[in-house]
Design a protein around this ligand. Structure first.
Ligand SMILES: *[C@@H]1O[C@H](CO)[C@@H](O)[C@H](O)[C@H]1NC(C)=O
Ligand SMILES: *[C@@H]1O[C@H](CO)[C@@H](O)[C@H](O)[C@H]1NC(C)=O
Ligand SMILES: *[C@@H]1O[C@H](CO)[C@@H](O)[C@H](O)[C@H]1NC(C)=O
Ligand SMILES: *[C@@H]1O[C@H](CO)[C@@H](O)[C@H](O)[C@H]1NC(C)=O
Ligand SMILES: *[C@@H]1O[C@H](CO)[C@@H](O)[C@H](O)[C@H]1NC(C)=O
Ligand SMILES: *[C@@H]1O[C@H](CO)[C@@H](O)[C@H](O)[C@H]1NC(C)=O
Length: 493
């Protein structure tokens, strides 16, 4: 199951903050001295480090599940006059109910998740001017509490400065229903915003205004917000948006807002009740998109022609666990760019189609199957007959060679005789006579030279006559499970 991990991982991004370690040196911070020189406190020997875990080598102060209340004045004394500066302070799981105005300190990552915070003082973080990451997830924040001035920066001369360093804000798993239109006015350089698991139901005009104003935004997580769509212009402002995670919502169509997200490289739409990608409901041109995940879509049954054609940079396509997904059109990925004889295809490296209801895999879906590093076809009811000629004769062997673990559970769903037999075995049984390895090719050559022209020739002519040059599933003619003749045809030219 290792190889499906990346699929499940994508779904789990919701509310996991990427810890961003600032590359800049913060040396200047340690040289700012207080007016009245105080004695430097040895942090390691302080009471604080008995109460919490102090990791001096990684500059981490870990007080999770260690506190009854906020750090005391004495603790802050230790911190502000100490011989180390903790870049990361973890105060998770402490039953904190409010955030006061915090003292001046050069912390970069502040984790306040999993408390019971339902109020935040105006300007609570104004003295934390080096703050990069703020995690307020899994609390009890409401829209009423979360006013713009909560994020007010330091007061200088006659105005408040922005908290210019704040890049990551996690507000996931709270009780927010909308955002103040000016919520981010003091933190305009946010690059990662997590709003997941707040039941918005709809992203209203004010929330849209707040989000679309974030011009530096690179990662946006709007998963599990019970929304049916994204406002069309919500991604107008964030021109560099790189990753959009919108899993677990109520989308029945692809959001039109995607049109604007032309710089997107990763998109996660798992667990949305989209039924099909056909007609107008296909992806707009997202020329930089490399990673697309659409798993556990309980209603998805068809991916039609052109559905993914405008995603010509796609390297990873995850379509696992779409239980109804039965049809993937052979023109779903290809694009007629030149208007000539050849179609363009995305440079896919990993394709996950496991645990769906797919029974045939058209060769034309993707031309360079040989470039795939991972192809997960397991747990589908494959047709083990002529209609799957390419899968049986070429692909399954390739899968077994590159990733044997992915070949094992690729089984036939039909015909009844072969139900639950592995496709690999079906492929192999027909090659039994010619032994294994290179002997297959020797054997084949012999067959081609001697047997084929006489025995098979007539049959091939007949097929050509009936069905033209294109091989089609000959449903009526024979109950042969699949036909070696069509394999030989490839070498006949
Ligand atoms: C927070 O409250 C819960 C339930 O009242 C309690 O079990 C837990 O120990 C408290 N946590 C801390 C760090 O005091
Ligand atoms: C924090 O900021 C407030 C307002 O600027 C200021 O009054 C207070 O002295 C600061 N606290 C510390 C400990 O720096
Ligand atoms: C995509 O990103 C580039 C480089 O950051 C930027 O110049 C361009 O405006 C962006 N395009 C759109 C449509 O946002
Ligand atoms: C799977 O696809 C087959 C057609 O190939 C269809 O008859 C069957 O009902 C589908 N199963 C589900 C669960 O949708
Ligand atoms: C691409 O489009 C052109 C013009 O519509 C058409 O003539 C050509 O056959 C198409 N190519 C393929 C491979 O379908
Ligand atoms: C699958 O590949 C393994 C080597 O990775 C090989 O030992 C095995 O015989 C192959 N299985 C079949 C049925 O071809």
């Amino acid at each position: 199951m290792n190889l499906t991990k990346s699929a499940t991982l994508a779904a789990a991004i919701c509310c996991i903050v990427l810890i961003q370690v600032s590359g800049q040196s913060q040396d200047d911070a340690t040289t700012t001295k207080p007016e009245t020189p105080k004695e430097i406190i040895k942090v390691k020997e302080s009471k604080l480090c008995k109460k919490c875990d102090c990791y001096l080598d990684s500059n981490l102060l870990d007080c999770s599940e260690k506190l009854k209340d906020w750090l005391s004045a004495e603790d802050w004394e230790v911190l502000t006059n100490g011989d180390v500066v903790f870049k990361t302070i973890n105060l998770e799981h402490n039953n904190l109910t409010s955030v006061p105005i915090l003292p001046k300190y050069d912390v970069e990552n502040l984790y306040l998740a999993n408390n019971q915070i339902d109020s935040i003082a105006v300007g609570a973080f104004q003295n934390l001017t080096k703050l990069i990451t703020l995690d307020l997830s899994h609390n009890r924040l409401t829209s009423k509490v979360l006013v713009p001035d909560v994020f007010k920066g330091p007061y200088t001369e006659q105005d408040f400065e922005a908290l210019v360093n704040l890049k990551t804000l996690n507000l996931g798993y709270n009780d927010l229903h909308s955002l103040d239109a000016d919520l981010f006015e003091h933190i305009p350089y946010i690059e990662e915003l997590v709003l997941c698991s707040n039941s918005f139901h709809v992203i209203d005009r004010l929330s849209e205004t707040a989000i679309s104003g974030l011009q530096s935004l690179k990662i946006l997580d709007v998963s599990y917000m019970e929304i049916e769509d994204l406002p069309d212009t919500i991604l107008h402002g964030p021109r560099d948006l790189d990753i959009l995670i919108a899993a677990g919502n109520l989308f029945t169509q692809l959001p039109k807002a995607l049109k604007r997200a032309t710089n997107l490289t990763s998109l996660v739409l798992n667990e949305n009740p989209i039924e099909s990608l056909i007609g107008d409901n296909v992806f707009p041109p997202l020329t930089k998109l490399t990673h697309l995940s659409m798993t556990f879509m309980t209603k998805m049954y068809k991916i039609g022609p052109g559905a993914l054609s405008e995603l010509q940079s796609l390297t990873e396509l995850i379509l696992s666990d779409n239980k109804l997904l039965n049809e993937i059109d052979e023109e779903a990925l290809s694009k007629n760019v030149t208007g000539g004889q050849y179609l363009d295809y995305p440079p896919l490296e990993k394709v996950y189609l496991n645990n769906c209801n797919v029974s045939t895999l058209p060769k034309q879906l993707l031309v360079r199957w040989d470039k795939l590093k991972a192809l997960d076809l397991r747990f589908n009811p494959w047709n083990c007959d002529d209609s799957n000629d390419y899968l049986i004769n070429v692909l399954i062997d390739q899968v077994n060679k590159t990733t044997p673990v992915l070949a094992k559970d690729v089984q036939c769903g039909s015909p009844t005789k072969l139900k639950d037999v592995t496709v690999l075995r079906v492929a192999n049984e027909h090659m039994v006579e010619s032994s294994t390895g290179s002997l297959i090719w020797v054997g084949l050559l012999v067959v081609l030279l001697i047997a084929v022209p006489t025995v098979v020739g007539a049959y091939v002519m007949k097929r050509r006559g009936c069905f033209g040059v294109f091989r089609r599933h000959d449903s009526g003619a024979s109950s042969a499970l699949y036909n070696r003749t069509s394999f030989n045809e490839d070498f006949h030219i």
